[in-house]
Design a protein around this ligand. Sequence first.
Ligand code: ADP
Ligand code: MG
Length: 335
Amino acid sequence: PGTANSQTPNECVQVVVRCRPMSNRERTEGSPEVVNVYPNRGVVELQNLVDANKEQRKVFTYDAAYDASASQTTLYHEVVFPLVSSVLEGFNGCIFAYGQTGTGKTFTMEGVRGNDDLMGIIPRTFEQIWLHINRTENFQFLVDVSYLEIYMEELRDLLKPNSKHLEVRERGSGVYVPNLHAINCKSVDDMANVMRLGNKNRTVGFTNMNEHSSRSHAIFMIKIEMCDTETNTIKVGKLNLIDLAGSERQSKTGASAERLKEASKINLALSSLGNVISALAENSPHVPYRDSKLTRLLQDSLGGNSKTIMIANIGPSNYNYNETLTTLRYAQRAK
Ligand code: ADP
Ligand code: MG
């Protein structure tokens, strides 16, 4: 084993691709499937049906790849469970859902409400955390939850939607947001209630919830303080669960000035996140955290002893070929 350098990949960054099933619409419209996933090799293959002159198949390899048959439970146990276990040992962690609108980011992070089998990553972490707390003796735990979104490079508190302007500040090696509301939770139900409250507030003031949520990043933050009552030592683990804004390119034709501004801020944040993750994955000495609000906010949970998982979501049909290729390339670069 050598020292960390740009040739040694960083095992703290994991990139996973998940392909959703064909939608009813894609089936009825007869758009062909162009994605093949080889789950045991972490390989995703994209076929080009459009241009006969181009190479027919593009092949990408990731830390893991999941096809339409992969259950929420499988994804959680194989990918997320180990990261949450390290948060419960005092490490920081981030899980991002990246992808074009409609590819399953919210399905992956939140899941389908009221259906236990289709429960997503966020509510499953609540169960893992409280199972651990209830089983661990000689420790006192303090669990605080914040929930915010970033829209047009502005932070918005989803637990106090009317609170004023929020700023990211730095203190030593840490980052904090003065006045960001944090709710102390004592059970799985408490955490589920905070998630529901934030989701409800996310829609306040927006006539089109889907449009708004596809243009903002939602960040669910869990801070766990663990006090060993025998040695009186304290450890803190932070877990950040992020449903990113849709990665689709906005068409420039017919877009209003406001929409173009929105689009350029989304592109800025997503490309800056990609730059940070690829710098971390390559163990680069310079990590450009300062380029966007998102990477500044998550600075102390990205890099160092932290663990990061990027879940790149894609759709299977030819109809989305270009966006799928863009996502597969973005995810490849992150590695
Ligand atoms: P996004 O948040 O990326 O815009 P959604 O999570 O809203 O996308 O997913 C779009 C639609 O596809 C939803 O109806 C969702 O239930 C469905 N879907 C996404 N991923 C899956 C999957 N892996 N299995 C079954 N349905 C899925
Ligand atoms: Mg969504």
